[in-house]
Design a protein around this ligand. Structure first.
Ligand code: RUQ
Ligand code: CUA
Length: 655
C-alpha cells in the first residue's frame, strides 16, 4: 500500500515538473511554435473565406458546445445544451425551460464531455451531434441544420454519465455508461456495503433515423465498477461496444489509492446486437424508473418535457455471449477502436505502455471458451490470448488515442505532456511532440469513424499557464493544432477554448454548411402564441395573467405602449419576429425581469415572463443592434397598483 502511494505521488509530482520544464523551452528548437516553417500560411483563412472544417468542442463545465473553424481556430458559436444561456435566452424563455427539466426538477447546468457526430456506414453524415451531461445523467442531440439543441433525455439508474455519448456506425444507438456505480434502484443503504451491491448501468439509446428521436432501448446492469469511457466497434467489430472500467476493486473510499490495487482492470466487450435480439424477443425486465424526455419542436419553436416511468433492464448473465472482460493494465481511461475495427486500444493512465487488444483474437478466444475465471458471472478472457501488441515507452499517463486512417495512431499523454504518433500493427513510435501543457483528449476530424480526415490533430490541453496574456487566476483552456500530413507532426497554432473541452468532433465543412438554415418561415410558425399578422397584435388578461401578443420588425415593436398592467400580474410577452431574412434577429429585454433577454430569430416566437413589482412606467427595448434605428426600437409598460381599475389598452403610433 505504501508503495502504491509513493508511486502515485511520484507520478503526480512528475506531472508538475514536466509542466515547468516545458515552459522553459517552449520556444525552443525542433520546429516548435511554428517559427521555422510556413505554419502561418497553413492556418491563414483570408477575410471572408471559410474554414475547411467545423470542430465542435465540448464545454466541460460550461455545459455547452462551442463551434470552431479549422485551421483558423476561430470560434463561431456557443450552442447552449445543458446550461442556461443568457446570450440567446435558452433555458430562460418559456419555450426552452422544459429542455432543462429532469426527475430532480429544473437543472440549469451540466458537465458536458464527449460530442459525437452521426454516421452512416461508418462515415460522418452531419445530421446531428450528440453530447453527454455527466453530472445529472443526460444525453442531448443537436440538429446540425439549425445548430440548436433538439432533444435531451435523462438516464435513470446512472450517476456520472461519462462513458457517453458515443454512437454506432449507422447511428443505431448512442450509449450512456455510468461512471459511478450506485444502488439500483436507489435506496437508503450504508456506503460501506458498496461492494457487490452497487450496480453499473450501461444504457443503449435507439435513434430514429428520420427524426433523430432517442429512446432508451435497454440498460445493461453491470457489476459495480466505474465505467469510464467507451468506443463502438467499427467495420469488422461493428455490433460490439467497448467500455473501460476502473475500480474493479469496488472501493468506496480514497479511490486514488484503493482503486489502484489491481494490476489490471477490464475493458468490457458488449455484443449489443445479441442483446438487441434478446430484447426484441421479449427478453429483459421492466423496472419502474423516473426520467425526463425533453423535445424541442422547430415548427412550434417550443419544447415539451415528458416524464417517463419505466425502463427495460438486462442482466448480462442471462444473455450468454453478450459480455466479456478483457484484462487491461493500470486503470485504463480511454478505449479507442481503430477505423478497421481490429485494434482496441486501452489507455492505462497509470502506465507507460499502451495495451492493444485484437478483435480477431478476442473472437477466437471466445470461441475456444478459454477463460481466466469470471467476475459476477461474466467470463474474463486471458490477457495473452487477446493481446495484439504493446506500444513500449510511449510516454507517461496515456489518456486517448485517435487515428488518421493511414495506419497511424496518435495518443495523448497527460503526465509527460505530449502527443505520440505510432504505427498500428508494428507498435513502433514514429514521432512525439510536446504539448503545452498536460493534454487530455486529442481530435482528428472523423477520427472516431471508419473514415478519418487525417489532416489535422487538435490537442486539448488542461493547463494553459503562460501560453496567452494572463487573465488573472482563471485562464481559458488551450487547444493546439498540428499538421499531421507529413512524417512528423507540425505544430501550427494555439487557440483558446471555452470551458473545458474534453473531446471534440470535427467534420469537413462541406458536409454541413449547405444545409444550414438561414431563417424560419413565418408562414410555417405553429407556435400557439404566434402573432402572424400585425392586425393580431393584442393584449389579453386572464385573471392576473396578462398575455401580450407582440410583433417585431425593423425598427419597432407592435404594440409599443401598454397600459393597465398591475403589480402582482404575470405578464407573458409572446414576441414574434416578422423579419424574413438571414441574420436579422431582434432582442427583447424588460427592466427588472428575473430571467434574461430573448434573442428571437426571423420567423420565430419566444416568450418572456415578467412579474412587475413596482408601480411606474417601465421601458423595454431590443437588445440586438438591428438597424440604424435600433436605439428607437423600444416601448413602455404602465404598471398601476394591484387595486387599480385602469383598463387594459395598447397601441402603436397613437398620440
Ligand atoms: S475525458 S480528457 Cu471526459 Cu478523458 Cu476528459
Ligand atoms: Cu431590433 Cu435592435
Amino acid at each position: 500500500m505504501k508503495n502504491t502511494i509513493n508511486i502515485l505521488i511520484t507520478i503526480i509530482m512528475t506531472a508538475g515538473l514536466v509542466g515547468c520544464n516545458n515552459s522553459e523551452d517552449k520556444r525552443g528548437n525542433g520546429g516548435q511554435g511554428g517559427l521555422a516553417t510556413n505554419a502561418a500560411e497553413k492556418v491563414y483563412v483570408a477575410p471572408g473565406d471559410h474554414d475547411e472544417f467545423y470542430a465542435f468542442f465540448s464545454g466541460g463545465y460550461s455545459g455547452n458546445l462551442t463551434v470552431y473553424g479549422l485551421p483558423s481556430g476561430r470560434m463561431f458559436k456557443e450552442i447552449p445544451v445543458f446550461s442556461q444561456f443568457a446570450t440567446s435566452g435558452y433555458g430562460y424563455s418559456e419555450e426552452t425551460k422544459p429542455m432543462l427539466n429532469t426527475s430532480f426538477g429544473f437543472v440549469p447546468w451540466d458537465d458536458s464531455h464527449h460530442p459525437d457526430i452521426s454516421q452512416t456506414n461508418g462515415k460522418l453524415d452531419g445530421r446531428w451531434i450528440f453530447i453527454n451531461g455527466n453530472n445529472t445523467p443526460r444525453i442531448a442531440r443537436i440538429d446540425l441544420e439549425t445548430f440548436e439543441t433538439e432533444e435531451i433525455i435523462e438516464i435513470p439508474n446512472s450517476a456520472g454519465n461519462h462513458s457517453s455519448s458515443f454512437i454506432t456506425e449507422n447511428t443505431e444507438y448512442v450509449v450512456a455508461g455510468t461512471r459511478f456505480s450506485v444502488p439500483v434502484p436507489q435506496r437508503d443503504m450504508s456506503i460501506k456495503d458498496y461492494k457487490g451491491n452497487f450496480k453499473g448501468a450501461i444504457s443503449f439509446l435507439s435513434v430514429d433515423q428520420d427524426t433523430g428521436r432517442m429512446d432508451i432501448k435497454f440498460q445493461l446492469m453491470m457489476p459495480g465498477f466505474n465505467y469510464d469511457l467507451s468506443h463502438p466497434g467499427r467495420d469488422k467489430s461493428h455490433g460490439w461496444f467497448f467500455f473501460t472500467t476502473y475500480n474493479t476493486e469496488e472501493a468506496n473510499t480514497l479511490l486514488e489509492v484503493n482503486a489502484s490495487q489491481n494490476d489490471k482492470d477490464f475493458i468490457a466487450a458488449v455484443n449489443w446486437k445479441l442483446i438487441e435480439e434478446y430484447v426484441n424477443n421479449g427478453g429483459g425486465t421492466k423496472m419502474p424508473a423516473e426520467y425526463a424526455h425533453n423535445v424541442y419542436d422547430h415548427d412550434t419553436h417550443a419544447a415539451t418535457s415528458t416524464m417517463k416511468k419505466e425502463v427495460l433492464t438486462v442482466d448480462p448473465t442471462k444473455v450468454p455471449g453478450a459480455v466479456y472482460f478483457l484484462p487491461t493494465p493500470k486503470s485504463p481511461h480511454g478505449v479507442d477502436v481503430d477505423p478497421t475495427g481490429e485494434y482496441i486500444i486501452g489507455n492505462g493512465k497509470l502506465s507507460a505502455d499502451l495495451t492493444v487488444h485484437s478483435f480477431t483474437k478476442m473472437i477466437d478466444a471466445i470461441e475456444k471458451k478459454n477463460f481466466d475465471g469470471e467476475a459476477y458471472g461474466i467470463p474474463i478472457l486471458k490477457f495473452d490470448d487477446v493481446l495484439a501488441g504493446t506500444v513500449k515507452q510511449g510516454g507517461l499517463g496515456p489518456l486517448h488515442t485517435e487515428f488518421d486512417g493511414k495506419g497511424n495512431a496518435y495518443t495523448t499523454f497527460f503526465i509527460s505532456s505530449e502527443v505520440v504518433k505510432w504505427k498500428l500493427g508494428t507498435w513502433e513510435v514514429l514521432d512525439r511532440q510536446p504539448v503545452f501543457y498536460s493534454v487530455g483528449h486529442g481530435m482528428i476530424p472523423g477520427g472516431n469513424s471508419r473514415e478519418p480526415f487525417g489532416k489535422y490533430f487538435v490537442a486539448m490541453n488542461k493547463i494553459t499557464k503562460d501560453r496567452y496574456l494572463p487573465t488573472g487566476p482563471e485562464l481559458e483552456h488551450s487547444a493546439q493544432l498540428f499538421d499531421i500530413t507529413g512524417d512528423k507532426m507540425e505544430l501550427l497554432l494555439d487557440f483558446p477554448t471555452h470551458g473545458e473541452p474534453h473531446y471534440a468532433a470535427g467534420i469537413p465543412a462541406d458536409i454541413i454548411k449547405n444545409n444550414s438554415k438561414k431563417f424560419y418561415k413565418l408562414a410555417e410558425n405553429k407556435h400557439e402564441h404566434a402573432t402572424i399578422t400585425d392586425a393580431d397584435a393584442r393584449v389579453e388578461r386572464k385573471g392576473n395573467e396578462v398575455h401580450v401578443y407582440m410583433t417585431m420588425i425593423r425598427s419597432h415593436f407592435n404594440p409599443d405602449n401598454i397600459e393597465g398592467i398591475k403589480v402582482g400580474d404575470k405578464v407573458y410577452f409572446h414576441v414574434t419576429n416578422h423579419e424574413q431574412d438571414f441574420d436579422v434577429p431582434h432582442g427583447f429585454a424588460m427592466i427588472g425581469a428575473n430571467n434574461s433577454e430573448l434573442l428571437i430569430m426571423p420567423g420565430q416566437t419566444k416568450t418572456l415572463l415578467w412579474e412587475p413589482k413596482k408601480v411606474g412606467v417601465w421601458p423595454f427595448y431590443c437588445t440586438d443592434f438591428c438597424s440604424a434605428l435600433h436605439q428607437e426600437m423600444q416601448g413602455y409598460i404602465r404598471v398601476s397598483p394591484a387595486s387599480s381599475n385602469i383598463e387594459l389598452s395598447w397601441g402603436l403610433g397613437e398620440d
